[in-house]
Design a protein around this ligand. Structure first.
Ligand code: FES
Length: 112
């Protein structure tokens, strides 16, 4: 069982944008979409740049440098040049609506 760290409230997250947080020393991009809130390593697997500076479309975030999109649910790259998945983390919401706390798990989820 992993530990969870509260990073913000749901209302602090603009829809279809990423915000960067540091959890246990790891940079993590937390993204709110119409499908929910997701947490993904804030480092592209192609080069060491922040994914949180990229565009969010649907359930994917696109690296701003060379354009690889990563599935926010699995971390799997959906387009080249990246070929290696990035870690994703379990997210729990505690509370209701915009006042709900966003908690990010400490263990990465397995890649599917
Ligand atoms: S650095 Fe992200 S796709 Fe190249």
């Amino acid at each position: 069982m992993s530990d969870f760290t509260e990073v913000c409230l749901v209302g602090d997250l603009p829809i279809d944008r990423a915000r960067r947080f540091v959890v246990d020393g790891r940079p993590i991009a937390v993204v709110r979409t119409e499908e929910g809130v997701f947490a993904i390593d804030d480092r592209c697997s192609h080069a060491d740049v922040a994914l949180s500076d990229g565009e969010v479309e649907g359930c994917a975030i696109e690296c701003w440098l060379h354009g690889s999109a990563f599935d926010l649910r699995t971390g799997v790259p959906l387009s080249l040049p990246a070929t290696v998945p990035v870690a994703v983390y379990e997210v729990r919401l505690e509370g209701e609506g915009d006042a709900a706390a966003v908690l990010v798990g400490s263990a990465s989820l397995p890649v599917h």
